[in-house]
Design a protein. Structure first.
Length: 627
């Protein structure tokens, strides 16, 4: 698609450092220019290996029609050079901003385009950038537990050298390598992992995009036997050449003006494969192509402002989490790191380790649900432990809400895939407020809201227009801002007046898919209070699902009459998330981590004891006891 504006202003990356700075920069530019006059340069879009991705997909529209055959996607960019001589720039930006947020994300959008839209049914030309924008909107923002960061050995020396040999340069935590797992919510790529890797000083220059078909959940990023069963787009090899490698036993259509070459193998690589040579383009030629496209107004070969802002939406939360941690998850690597690295994918779990028969060589392993760094047998940091067979996760307060909302999302996706519905029971109170905000900010457009039914764990017997009403707070912070159908919201308030229809409605749900719970400083959860409170606690006739609670008049809680899901119903949930935050709850952390926890009668501890082991995830502020 061409843009016929008379004025064309080209801007080279980086465009901002995060979403907020990119928005500020965009607003400044749009105060003087029309958006169609702005051409953001990504020179990778002018490389033959990148531009031919769309052409190959256009020639093979049924390539990804059966997503069940695809195991995962890899997009890997390794460089042999270091950053000496340009650390003034690089130390401010790092690998995510320098490579992944722009170049590799652009490659991902091209590789995962909705192929049904490659040819428009109308007379209007196909809008490639609009299609890429749709892909960007479908990408879930990755969080710290889905990433590994590294810095090459000698980076600090390069930094000090560029500063004139000053020995007092602060230790830098800028990452020069990142391995990140992404997920997309789209009909074709739903729940198919995307592994992105980029790093400096890795001993080899190569950028590839690879579609891996199902055969194993074991990934070696540099296979010694080649890529026999995969489709590999080599954007550039060590010589700067570009080509597409395909399994020889599959029939693919050639893009226009392209020819096959055959490689019968030499015993160390694939026995037989097809290659489509795409040519070689030096960096000077690439920028010459940029200028030609700018003169012609070929907007498809540039990045619109809307797309770059959407890309920053994806990556800013990960950058914030990493930088708030001040490099605590940074590892040091050498140039042979990728050659020895293996990734093992098992469901939602990703393990990263060195290819060695010695288990002590394990560098780092992490799951979507937690992360632990290892050096030999020594655990450097552990944020996951078991309580009554349930996992306890400790994160900073700033990261906790995102971790929980990601867990809810993962459970929702699994539930919708298995049962075409997701039954979510939510509390009121202050504990989940940040989680609700994260669901709105991060997943308003990508969560399966239309398949979700919202239930309440408990309710205060006050008018629903009262600020003390759990439903009022839930509606204000979450429900009014997302797309849950009105008929899928199930208020518990009518049970305060013994509504049989609502009681029966709640009783009809055999299992909630996810129950989120807060914990009060007295140990209550939902509205299940300690026995010592001497509350009136009675079931409704012939209904063990919901109970009525009446607290003593002198109990220091404002609303005394409540209705709550019973302990028996809560522990039947498929997944329970329990939030423990607040400086006034340090004693609760001591309770569940003590040897005497088995003797505790506090309701939240009773729930942990009664729930099936592994059902509950306890989410705790790791600084809960710090003054």
């Amino acid at each position: 698609m061409s843009s016929y504006t008379k004025l064309r202003v080209a801007i080279e990356k980086p465009f901002g450092k995060d979403l907020s700075s990119a928005i500020e920069l965009a607003d400044s530019i749009l105060g003087n220019l029309n958006s169609k006059e702005v051409f953001l340069i990504d020179h990778y879009l002018h490389k033959p290996g990148v531009s031919q991705i769309v052409e190959f997909c256009r020639s093979n529209p049924l390539l990804y029609s059966s997503a069940g055959l695809i195991d995962h996607i890899e997009i890997i960019s390794s460089e042999s050079i270091d950053v000496r001589g340009r650390t003034d720039y690089y130390d401010q930006y790092g690998v995510i901003r320098d490579m992944i947020q722009n170049h590799l994300t652009e490659i991902l959008t091209l590789l995962t385009l909705d192929l049904s839209n490659l040819t428009s049914p109308s007379n209007r030309p196909f809008d490639l950038n609009a299609a890429k924008f749709d892909i960007l909107k479908s990408i879930y923002p990755p969080f710290l537990q889905s990433a590994v960061f590294g810095q090459y050995s000698g980076y600090q020396d390069d930094l000090e050298s560029d500063k004139g040999g000053n020995a007092h340069v602060n230790i830098s935590t800028t990452p020069t390598l990142a391995i990140v797992v992404l997920h997309l919510q789209s009909p074709v790529w739903f729940n198919i992992p995307v592994i992105m890797v980029s790093g400096k000083k890795l001993g080899k220059r190569e950028t590839i995009a690879k579609v891996v078909f199902k055969k194993t959940r074991h990934v070696s990023l540099r296979k010694k036997n080649g890529y026999c069963d995969d489709i590999v787009f080599t954007i550039q090899d060590s010589n700067g050449s570009s080509f597409i490698t395909l399994p020889s036993n599959h029939n693919f259509n050639l893009p226009n003006d392209k020819t096959w070459t055959y490689n019968e193998g030499d015993g160390t690589s694939c026995s037989s494969m097809k290659t489509i040579p795409l040519g070689r383009m030096a960096l000077k030629e690439t920028y010459a192509s940029v200028l030609r496209s700018l003169i012609r107004g070929e907007s498809d070969l540039f990045v619109p402002l809307s797309n770059v802002l959407e890309s920053w939406r994806i990556w800013s939360s990960l950058l914030l989490e990493y930088e708030e941690g001040k490099g605590e998850h940074l590892m040091i690597y050498n140039k042979s790191f990728l050659d020895n690295l293996r990734l093992t994918l098992n469901g939602s779990t990703l393990t990263v380790f060195v290819n060695s028969s010695d288990p002590q060589d394990n560098l780092v392993s992490f799951e979507k649900d937690g992360i632990s760094f290892k050096s030999g047998n020594k655990t450097v940091e552990k944020i996951k432990e078991k309580i009554f067979g349930h996992f306890l996760y400790k994160f900073s307060r700033s990261s906790l809400a995102r971790e929980i909302s990601q867990d809810i999302l993962d459970t929702a996706i699994t539930s919708v895939q298995a049962r075409d519905s997701f039954h979510l029971a939510l509390p009121g109170g202050s504990s989940p407020a940040d989680v609700y905000q994260s669901l709105v900010v991060d997943y308003k457009h990508s969560f399966p809201w239309t398949h979700t039914s919202i239930w309440q764990t408990d309710e205060r017997c006050v008018p629903i227009t009262s600020r003390d009403s759990n439903l009022f707070q839930l509606s204000k912070t979450l429900l009014a801002q997302v797309g849950v159908p009105y008929v899928n919201i199930h208020p518990l308030f009518p049970v305060c007046h013994k509504s049989e229809s609502v009681l029966n409605e709640y009783a009809s749900i055999n299992y909630f898919d996810y129950v989120l719970l807060g914990v009060g400083k007295d140990g209550h959860t939902a509205s299940l209070f300690p026995d010592s409170v001497n509350s009136s606690f009675s079931p409704f006739d012939n209904n063990e699902t919901v109970k009525f609670v009446k607290l003593p008049l002198d109990y220091p809680i404002k609303v005394k009459e409540r209705v709550t899901l019973s302990m028996e119903r809560l522990v039947k949930a498929r997944r329970i998330g329990m939030i423990i935050t607040g400086k006034d709850k340090c004693h609760l952390a001591h309770v569940i981590e003590s040897k005497d926890k088995h003797n505790s009668s506090l309701p939240f501890v009773q729930l942990l004891r009664k729930a099936k082991p592994g059902t509950v995830k306890i989410w705790m502020d790791r600084n809960i006891c710090k003054k």
